[in-house]
Structure formats: C-alpha cells, structure tokens
Design a protein around this ligand. Structure first.
Ligand SMILES: *Cc1c(COP(=O)(O)O)cnc(C)c1O
Length: 368
C-alpha cells in the first residue's frame, strides 16, 4: 500500500490499520496470554488463541517492518534471537555455514558454542572479502556494513554466486536499516536484524526480526519461534511500531552528523583509521555508493590506547560511554572491552540527533 511513497511517508504509515472513527491511529498493545475461544469450534474461529504464536500488536509491527523490507516479517525478542532462528531453522548436522569473520561477535560465539557441537561446519570470510567458493555451503550470512569495522560487501554479486552454488543467503541489515538498503531486493533470501539499534532508535528496548519472500523459509522461521518462544512482548512491539514513524527523520540527522564527524576526525592528525562508508576515500565507499540509499550514523576510529579513549569519554559532555548504537544520543564504545577482536583504542561512535555544531565542538574539545 505504501510502496510508491517516499521514506518519510512510508515510515509514518507503515503497518497502520485502516482509519476507523473513534479509534487511535496506532491501536494500543493487546495484552493477552490466552484469548477467549469459540466454545464449540475452538481456535479455528479467530486469529488469536494463545499469545506465543498470536498477537495483533506484534502482527501490526511485522506488517510495518515487512513493508519497509519488502518481505514477510516475524518479530523476535532480540536481534540475537532472530539470527539464531534463521541459523537453526535452515542448518542441519553436516551442513556448512559461512559467517562474517568481522561481524557481530555473539553470532561467532553461538556458532562456536552450539552450531559446531551440533555437527554444523562453520567457515568465516571477512566482509570485504576475499570469499571462498560457495560450493557445499548451505547458508551464507552476510553483515553489511559489518559491525564494528564498517566494511561493506556487494550483496547482489555475492547472492548470485551463492545461489549458483545452491546456497541460501541471509543479510544482517542492522546497521543499514531497511531505509539504507533492502537485501531482499538485492537478491538475498532472508533479511535479519536487531531492531534494538537504529530501527527503533531510542535506546529503550531490545527487538529483532527476520523477513523473507519465501513461504518455505517463513514457515520454518515461524515454527522455530513458536517452538522456542523468543517473541517480543506486546508493549515492546507497540513501542517499536511507534518508534518506526520517525526512522526517516532520525536517520537523516544521524547520517548528516556522521558525515560531519567523519570529516572532522579524518582531518585530525591524532586520530587513526577513520572509517565511514560515506567518506570518498573509505575502502567501502564505492560499493556502498552503489548499493546503499543512505549511509548510517556510525563512525569508527582508533585513538591508539584504552587510556586515551577513557580520557576522551571523560572529557566529553555529549558523547555517552555506552555499547549498542543507532540511538538518539551520541554514544561511543571501546569494543575491545567486550572481547571483540579490535585494537585497544578502537572506538565505534554512534552519532545521535544532536545539533551538528554542538557535536563537532564537543568532539574536538574532548579529543584535544
Ligand atoms: C546488536 C546486533 C545484533 C544483536 O542484536 P540484539 O538485539 O542485541 O540481540 C546482531 N547483529 C548486529 C549487526 C548487531 O549490531
């Protein structure tokens, strides 16, 4: 229904019910474990019977995200729950999965702790490549831009090569969001993401989702969710849907702030390895410019030591020390403190929606 509109219009209207006089634009959360059943025909008579598989508030959110991603969506309690659902509903003992070596670290931990013990062969490739042959691979998981290093890969080319070899492709779209790129349009079979980050953007909830155009994959993911119960609660589903309406505005400011911040950081001789895929001399610039409709608000760089990161964050008045990213407030995270394989002074900075001039003044002062 909203496909022909621009991003702002699509975000505001995504997943809303038809107007009904006397009803709110976005109906409030429906809280129910069991619902009333028809005393004679039982669950067949109504769409909602029990809260784990059925919730109308969650379906509204799924309709909204599905419209933005261009597929059928299932919401999960967290991004990690959604990624686990994709991996576990596709992979079987003896299968091979290819994961990003530089992607979200908990996915690698899960692969090492659980997938390998279930008899799944796990191989890794760096997001920027080179990629091995996909022969014999059952599932290729891409993450682009990769978190936290911000390398970007060519989803269309890699999906074509994977399909040629008989592999399925899932793309972690957390950092880009569906307004940055639509992996299903680029040829991926599944788009999966954390909604905890820029999608909902207020640093107040955890959420995940997977979306696909394949009825078979959707069925397997839905069954996995019903069997394992990794659903978001009704209030979180409602809050996420409410937050989606401002996604276009939030991303526009975050991206503009990141452009200004990346340029300012690159101009400083005391900051190393500034990465932002929108900088013309960034290694990811060319593929990001072709593939992405907008560049996210996350910038990464190296301050050389943990001690200097500590001094920078202590001096700053606007940059909160915090993990996660994509929120309204500018935050910075020294990734090595979480065990991520990054240098000790490596920082992932997530630009919020503050005024760019204030952010630049604070950033330059606190770095100096
Ligand atoms: C945060 C994140 C996840 C995990 O999401 P949670 O909502 O924290 O479970 C997965 N992938 C990427 C790229 C992330 O940044």
């Amino acid at each position: 229904m909203t496909a022909s509109f621009g991003d702002g219009t699509r975000c505001v209207h995504a997943g809303l019910p038809e107007p009904v006089p006397g009803q709110p634009f976005l109906p409030g959360p429906v809280f129910a474990a069991p619902y009333h059943l028809d005393p004679v025909t039982g669950p067949a008579a109504a769409p909602d019977g029990y809260g784990r598989p059925d919730n109308p508030t969650r379906r509204g959110l799924e309709a909204a995200i599905g419209e933005l991603e261009g597929g059928d969506c299932r919401a999960f309690a967290t991004g990690q729950a959604a990624i686990t659902a994709v991996l576990m509903s596709v992979l079987r003992p003896g299968d091979t999965v290819l994961l990003p070596g530089d992607g979200y670290y908990t996915v690698r931990s899960f692969a090492a702790s659980t997938l390998e013990q279930l008899g799944v062969r796990v191989v890794y490739a760096p997001t920027a490549g080179p990629y091995p042959s996909f022969a014999g691979v059952r599932l290729v998981l891409l993450e682009t831009p990769a978190n936290p290093g911000l390398d970007v890969c060519d989803v269309s080319a890699l999906s074509a090569a994977a399909h040629e070899a008989g592999a399925l492709v899932a793309v972690d779209n957390t950092t880009a969001t569906p307004l940055g790129q639509r992996p299903l349009d680029l040829g991926a079979d599944i788009t999966v993401a954390s909604g905890t980050k820029a999608l909902t953007g207020h640093s107040d909830m955890l959420l995940g989702y997977a979306a696909t155009r394949s009825a078979d994959l959707l069925g397997r993911i839905t069954t996995w969710r019903s069997h394992t119960g990794a659903i978001p609660g009704a209030f979180d589903a409602w809050l996420a849907h409410r937050s989606l309406a401002t996604l276009d505005l939030r991303l526009a400011r975050q991206s503009a702030n990141a452009a200004a911040v990346a340029q300012a950081l690159a101009a400083r001789s005391d900051v190393e390895l500034v990465r932002w895929p929108g900088l013309p001399d960034d290694p990811s610039y060319e593929v990001a410019s072709r593939q992405m409709r907008r560049i996210p608000g996350v910038v990464s760089f190296d301050l050389g030591s943990a001690e200097r990161v500590g001094r920078f964050l202590t001096a700053s008045r606007l940059v909160f020390a915090a993990t996660s990213f994509g929120g309204l407030h500018t935050t910075a995270d020294r990734r090595a403190q979480w065990g991520d394989a990054t240098p000790p002074g490596f920082v992932r900075l997530s630009c919020g929606i503050e005024d760019p001039a204030d952010l630049l003044t604070d950033l330059n002062a606190s770095l100096s």
